[in-house]
Structure formats: structure tokens, C-alpha cells
Design a protein. Structure first.
Length: 299
């Protein structure tokens, strides 16, 4: 079992690095920040307690799944089984060129997205649209989630309803997708890193990260170039979670929305090349993450 994220030593004596705690004006960029060791561990304990309550809620008799979901701190994972191994998206090797999402892949994901949006209740559609198209809604919603360690039950009633509507919209896509995703989002770090071994302790292999906020990512790494600073780190995430909300092959937009409360294992870090259409390949410091699968997780 990997090293727990619950107890992490301070980085250079200045606190513990939390990649999801800071406020960001850019959806596809996380603003990492140093917080005290006590604050970091307290937030980890709050999440652990909330997940225990979620587990207890699943075992309550006489409740429908919908009723249980309304009382969960974090949304249940609902990805459909991936029956064709070619539809999985594994983490690539360090030296492998990260290629842009193909036109065929964009079209396939867009078709599923359109099918899901067409069948979605208007309230879910409105909540999803507001979150993904209004920068203020994105910031305010994520700040509110971060303040309560991602536990929607602790939000005020109006915001809780909107957040849970987005949860259900994402779950609709997960149930229809039947494919894996390899997506990218960037994060600021306290200092420029020239050696992966110098990354903060929370970004070292064996740790488990918890993202309290919704996370915006992209399937093509080069799409981050316009918003990523040279010293930022890029998360490369192999996951079955979330929904595609990019566009078809005609547009340079392969965005993907990951659910709040997601947990990810850190499995490696290295500099890696990536495709930049019309230019020479670029290079980024990548931290590789994959879905964390706790024992007893129900879907």
C-alpha cells in the first residue's frame, strides 16, 4: 500500500504542499500552496471521517441510491466497465512523446457528450453549463468546496444542490463512456524544480492526493501552454472518471471535467516530451497520477 497522504513531513520546514488548496483564476491550472502541517493533517482527517460516513450511508436500510447520494459527502464513482482493452489509457513511459488527441478520439468523445447532454434534465444542464462557462461560478464553487474539504453536505443548501447536480451530470457521462482517459492539468509549485527528486513530499511516488475541487483538464498537453508558467508542474492523470466537455475534431479543445473529491495515487515523476502542432516538441516536468481505489469502495 502506498504511503498515506494523512501524515506528510513539512517541505523544507515551511509547511506541507497542497496542490489543490489555493485559489486559481484559470480552470486548467491549480494554484498549489504551502499550509501548516497541522492544517494539512486536519483536512486529511476531515476527509477520512466524511468517507467513513459515506460508507455507513451505503449500509443504511430502506434508502434508494438517489437518497444515499444526496447524503454522501463525495460522489460515488460510476464509470462503466471498459470491455475493450484498446479503450484504456495507460500512463506512457517517460521518453514517450505525448501526442495530441486524435480527431477520431475527439469525435467519439463528443458523440458521447452530445448523447448525455441531450438526455440530461434541464437543472443538471444549467448547473454544468454555469460551472464550466462562467469563471466566477468556477472560482466561487471551488473555493466553497475547498473550505469544507470537498464535503458537499457542509455547503449551504443552494450551493449543495448545484454541486450535486454537476455530480450527477458527470456520473451520466461516466456510465455511458466505457473508455479510459489520459488527461493533463497544471499546478504551481513553490520553487522551480530541476530534478523530480526535489518535488514536494506530497508529489513523490507512493502518496495519495485528494482534490476537493472540481478539476478541469485537457486530453492534449499542448493546450496548457497558453496558461502554464515555465516553472509549473503538469499532472498526467490516467483515469476512468469525469466527462469530456471539449469539442469535436474541428476545434482545438479537448477539455475534460474531473469530479470533486477524487483521490489519485502518485506513481512517478519525470521530464517528458509532448507534441506541439506546427512546432518542435516541448518538454514538461510531469507528475503521473492514477485512480486510487480504496478497499470497500462501492459503485
Amino acid at each position: 500500500m502506498g504511503r498515506s497522504h494523512d501524515r506528510i513531513s513539512p517541505d523544507r520546514g515551511n509547511g506541507v504542499f497542497d496542490p489543490d488548496r489555493g485559489e486559481s483564476d484559470i480552470a486548467t491550472r491549480k494554484e498549489g500552496t504551502l499550509i501548516s502541517e497541522h492544517a494539512y493533517n486536519t483536512r486529511a482527517d476531515i476527509r477520512s471521517g466524511a468517507r467513513e460516513l459515506d460508507h455507513a450511508t451505503e449500509n443504511l436500510p430502506g434508502l434508494t441510491r438517489a437518497s444515499r447520494d444526496l447524503n454522501r459527502a463525495y460522489p460515488r464513482p460510476t464509470p462503466a466497465p471498459i470491455e475493450n482493452h484498446r479503450l484504456r489509457r495507460e500512463l506512457p513511459a517517460a521518453i514517450e512523446l505525448r501526442r495530441s488527441l486524435s480527431a477520431r478520439q475527439k469525435n467519439a468523445r463528443s458523440a458521447t457528450k452530445r448523447q448525455v447532454l441531450d438526455s440530461m434534465p434541464q437543472a443538471q444542464y444549467n448547473a454544468l453549463s454555469a460551472l464550466t462557462s462562467d469563471p466566477n461560478a468556477w472560482k466561487e464553487t471551488n473555493n466553497a468546496l475547498s473550505a469544507v474539504a470537498g464535503d458537499a453536505v457542509e455547503l449551504d443548501d443552494g450551493r449543495c444542490k448545484q454541486v450535486q447536480r454537476v455530480d450527477r451530470a458527470i456520473q451520466r457521462y461516466e456510465r455511458e463512456s466505457g473508455r479510459g482517459h489520459l488527461v493533463y492539468t497544471s499546478v504551481s509549485v513553490p520553487n522551480a524544480v530541476v530534478n523530480p527528486a526535489d518535488l514536494p513530499a506530497t508529489l513523490q511516488p507512493g502518496t495519495v492526493l485528494s482534490f476537493d475541487r472540481f478539476t478541469a483538464a485537457t486530453h492534449s498537453l499542448h493546450e496548457l501552454d497558453s496558461t502554464t508558467r515555465p516553472t509549473d508542474v503538469v499532472f498526467e492523470i490516467s483515469t476512468e472518471r469525469g466527462m469530456y466537455y471539449g469539442q469535436s475534431s474541428r476545434m482545438n479543445n479537448s477539455h475534460h471535467l474531473l469530479p470533486r473529491g477524487i483521490q489519485l495515487d502518485v506513481v512517478g515523476a519525470h521530464f517528458a516530451p509532448y507534441e506541439r502542432p506546427g512546432q518542435q516538441p516541448g518538454e514538461r516536468l510531469i507528475v503521473q497520477l492514477t485512480d486510487h481505489r480504496p478497499e470497500g469502495e462501492q459503485r
